[in-house]
Design a protein around this ligand. Structure first.
Ligand SMILES: CC(C)[C@H](C(=O)O)[C@@H](O)C(=O)O
Ligand code: SF4
Length: 467
């Protein structure tokens, strides 16, 4: 059993009691909600005549269904309009802060909370969304929950949970040129498997993460869940504190010093005990691309689509399903695969630094003929900051479309959808069958700069040959 890790400390500090089931009743400091998983939870509250216990601890935004072009109300999509109205109504009824479109604060739930300083070290954070693991980048214990648990948090500000084990995932060394945080997490999942983290919280440690900025750490923690770990975190350090300082909800004046010393005390102890430790070398990580239908089916961009015999027995069934669905041949290089659509955005890679990297790369280049490439900022603030820096102009001159903030083609619950079996190079986090809006649409996950490289060449390209 783990001991002395940040996870243990934060867990213990938020434990209300032990339930007869043996589960912990855990206090949830911050509850984030969006339009997809909250309506039923509010309906369940109503059925039981319950109120929201601490409305000030719940923050709402709208992200999944948001159109990124025409945002006029009512939305053209009737279902989207209904979800929007349901959320507006529930927030009003229960006095919950709602960051609506046009407020300047709307965006993907996992982008807006960190940028407003709501996400802080040592907190427990829950949201009816699997990528809530993102907030662990700050040294928070943060995880996705289901709709009935959203109800529980609304009604009691607590959850009944079994404690997770802790695996230290250590990566050491500097990343090579053309290799980004996204490649690190794709590499980890490729090696540990999409189910490898089930039952674990991942503590990302080692010099590679120590050198990362907060947005890079968020990219890594975001995809913990794709490796099966409901929660992933990085111990808070000076980089974390510098990022938070001055943000809207950051502690101010005398509270700041106190907060920093408290946050520091939560770091995993040097002699902490882990349930498991795995170690990777950053020098082994290349620009990584998925070729299949799970985020674990990744290869270095200069490798070939794995032959069945190169895979462990347990992976062959899903691999054969993947070759068929992806229309890719085992043993063929992934490089040179033609792409139809290039999507830059999502809660994995839709933050300002992602857009800065892409703009830096795309400046003076042009999207290849026949390729549709578009950039969707993760939030209204990201959009506004990017425009203040002129990034929108760089994108547009390079032939990328520049859109309004939202989840967009990460999940395609809005009008941004693949058509037929189009192949997409995507900076998002899931390549499941049909994920991007067409039941035969195909997704290759990669870093945002690799997506931009695919956009300008029209095919999967090793970005290292272009920088
Ligand atoms: C809609 C929501 C419940 C879902 C999630 O939980 O992650 C979505 O955000 C996703 O990325 O698939
Ligand atoms: S951007 Fe994608 S992964 Fe993130 S919350 Fe939206 S749909 Fe889910």
């Amino acid at each position: 059993m783990s001991q002395g890790t940040l996870f243990d400390k934060v867990w213990d500090l938020h434990t209300v009691g032990v339930l007869p089931s043996g589960q912990t009743q855990l206090f949830i400091g911050l509850h984030l909600i969006h339009e997809v998983t909250s309506p039923q939870a509010f309906a369940m509250l109503k059925e039981r005549g319950l109120k929201v216990l601490y409305p000030q601890r719940t923050i709402a935004t709208v992200d999944h269904i948001v159109p990124t072009e025409d945002q006029a109300r009512p939305f053209a999509d009737v279902l989207a309009e209904e979800m929007m109205q349901a959320l507006e109504q529930s927030c009003k009824e229960h006095n919950i802060t709602f960051h609506n479109i046009g407020s300047g604060n709307q965006g993907i739930v996992h982008v807006i909370a960190p940028e407003q300083g709501l996400t802080q070290p040592g907190m427990t954070i829950a949201c009816g969304d699997s990528h809530t693991s993102t907030h662990g980048a700050f040294g928070a214990i943060s995880f996705g929950i289901g709709t009935s648990q959203v109800r529980d948090v609304l009604a009691s500000q607590t959850l009944a949970l079994a404690k997770l084990k802790v695996r230290r995932v250590e990566v050491n060394g500097s990343l090579r040129s053309g290799v980004y945080a996204k490649d690190v997490i794709l590499h980890i999942i490729r090696n540990l498997g999409v189910k490898g983290g089930v039952g674990y919280a991942y503590e990302f440690a080692g010099t590679t993460f120590e050198q990362m900025n907060m947005e890079e750490r968020m990219t890594v923690c975001n995809m913990s869940i794709e490796g099966g770990a409901r929660c992933g975190y990085v111990n808070p350090d000076q980089i974390t504190f510098d990022y938070i300082q001055g943000k809207d909800f950051a502690p101010k004046a005398a509270d700041w010093e106190q907060a920093v010393s408290w946050w520091t005390s939560l770091q995993s102890d040097p002699d902490a005990v882990y349930d498991d430790v795995v170690v990777f070398d950053a020098a082994d990580i290349a620009p990584t691309v998925t070729w299949g239908i799970t985020p674990g089916q990744g290869i270095a961009v200069n490798e070939v689509v794995p032959r069945p015999e190169a895979l462990p027995e347990s992976e062959r069934v899903i691999a054969s399903e993947a070759y068929k669905y992806m229309e890719l041949e085992a043993g063929a290089p992934i490089q040179g695969t033609k792409v139809d659509v290039c999507f830059i955005g999502s809660c994995t890679n839709g933050r300002l630094s992602d857009l800065q990297e892409v703009a830096h790369f795309a400046k003076g280049k042009h999207v290849a003929k026949g390729v549709k490439a578009f950039v969707v900022p993760g939030s209204e603030r990201v959009k506004q900051q990017a425009e203040a820096e002129g990034l929108d102009k760089i994108f547009q001159e390079a032939g990328f479309e520049w859109r309004e903030a939202g989840c967009s083609m990460c999940l395609a619950m809005n009008p941004d959808k693949l058509q037929g079996n189009q192949l997409s190079a995507s900076s998002s986090n899931r390549n499941f069958k049909g994920r991007q809006g067409s039941s035969s649409g195909r997704t290759l996950l990669m870093s945002p700069v690799m997506v931009a490289a695919a956009a300008v060449t029209g095919e999967v390209t090793d970005v290292r040959s272009l920088i």
